[in-house]
Design a protein around this ligand. Structure first.
Ligand code: ZN
Length: 424
């Protein structure tokens, strides 16, 4: 059924103007409220006591809420409450997102109005909408919700305040509090929704691992080498890995203590790593089975820095390319394959020469493919231990290598270990 038909049905049931109902319905649907729930909420708004919407829904424990519940009344403790700005119908709105918990469980919520929720508050949300997000129920607290603050606080078996380690973060997390070291930080100008803006991007680290971040509204506390506490960060997936987002609503303060950043990357089978869909810092071991086209001596566009073919950039046309070195090596460990992408420095190591040497060799042979051929000869057939940042997307599984070292594993010992595993 089209939105128009839904509006028609509602208008005739409720005896109100169709255009008015339609515009309300459109608003709710644009907020990702499921259409059935939106209709119920409008029936309440226009006072149709006769149908399902009438009265306050019965109270439920958090664990018993399912996506099938149109709306519920629930009492719980606010674990986290993070403001975020969304653009809606051309203007910015501030919403609050977080988690609510009782003794039985936790549930994500979105508050569409400013109720002044703070972590630690115990509230009763009468007639909160329930929608499904990623197979899980989520609460919508809005105009039609009767929200009250309870004076008796509820004992809940969860931490209040959203403290997390980097390794625990997942895309979709809201209102997280982190204590991290800024390992890498650069200022960039981007074309934002309001024109050119400056942002900071880089890498954060803690005892558990490392993750990339973006600070959309640069604060002076975030600089390379600093230890900071970040409150109200949210997490989004960017190129297959979770990225920490620090917004204008985040609070960043200096920490007096040093953060001990773990140096061990997760080691995984290639197949297992690819199935995760992307990991920021991972170590893989595999045999180099081939060197892909676009390896060796290459040329990049001076505007966008992408690799160009025969002096032609796909975006900028005929350009005067910049020479560079790169390797794309296919690694296989029997469980899967991944393309390890080596930048200029790692390429120099496996080539055994620098850019000048490569240009010289290409001039002599009158063919720049000789550089890739040399690398192929040095690398293919050997086993490597690679650490870097794995992304899995429409371009395949690519591991942006930070280190690329010939594996020093003793093949005989590995074979023995493998046989023991098979026997066990
Ligand atoms: Zn270009």
């Amino acid at each position: 059924m089209e939105l128009d038909d839904h509006a028609e049905e509602l208008a005739s049931d409720l005896g109100v103007d169709k255009e008015e109902v339609k515009s309300d319905l459109q608003n709710l649907v644009e907020y990702s409220v499921p259409v059935d729930e939106a209709k119920q909420s409008l029936r309440r708004k226009y006072g149709d006591g006769s149908s399902s919407g009438g009265g306050t829904p019965s109270a439920k424990n958090v664990a018993d809420i399912t996506p099938e519940d149109g709306s519920v009344t629930v009492t719980g403790t606010v674990l986290t409450a993070g403001e975020r700005s969304i653009r809606y119908q051309g203007s910015d709105h501030v919403i609050v997102e977080g988690q609510l918990a009782d003794e039985t469980g936790r549930i994500d919520y979105t508050a569409w109005e400013d109720f002044g929720l703070e972590p630690g508050d115990t509230i009763t949300a009468g007639n909160a909408g329930v929608r499904e997000w990623d197979g899980e129920p989520e609460l919508n607290v809005g105009e039609s919700t009767a929200l009250s603050f309870e004076s008796d606080s509820l004992e809940v078996p969860y931490g209040i305040g959203g403290e997390a380690e980097l390794a625990d973060l997942e895309a979709g997390d809201r209102a997280r509090t982190l204590e991290v070291a800024v390992l890498d930080c650069e200022r960039r100008t981007i074309d934002g929704r309001d024109g050119e803006t400056e942002i900071l991007s880089g890498v954060l680290g803690d005892e558990s691992g490392r993750l990339p971040f973006t600070n959309w509204d640069p604060v002076p506390e975030i600089e390379e080498g600093a230890s900071v506490r970040i409150e109200n960060a949210y997490v989004q997936e960017f190129r297959g890995v979770p990225e920490v987002n620090v917004s204008e609503f985040s609070r960043v303060t200096h920490l007096d203590r040093e953060i001990d950043v773990g140096s061990d990357a997760t080691t995984m089978d290639v197949g297992e790593a690819v199935r995760t869909g992307g990991i920021y810092d991972v170590e893989l071991v595999g045999n180099a089975i081939a060197i892909r086209d676009g390896s060796g001596l290459i040329q990049r566009c001076p505007e966008c820095y992408r690799v160009i073919q025969k002096g032609q950039c796909r975006t900028h046309g005929d350009v005067d390319g910049i020479d560079d070195l790169r390797v794309k090596a296919i690694l296989d460990d029997g469980t899967g394959t991944v393309t390890a992408v080596l930048g200029d420095e790692l390429t120099e190591d496996v080539y055994g020469g620098d850019l000048e040497d490569a240009l010289e060799a290409a001039r002599e042979a009158m063919d720049q493919e000789v550089v890739a051929d040399e690398i192929r000869e040095n690398v293919v057939g050997r086993e490597y231990r690679v650490r870097g940042h794995l992304s899995v997307d429409e371009y395949g599984a690519n591991l942006d290598a930070e280190t690329f070292e010939e594996s020093d594993d003793d093949p005989a010992a590995r074979a023995t270990a493998f046989l023991e595993e098979v026997d066990a």
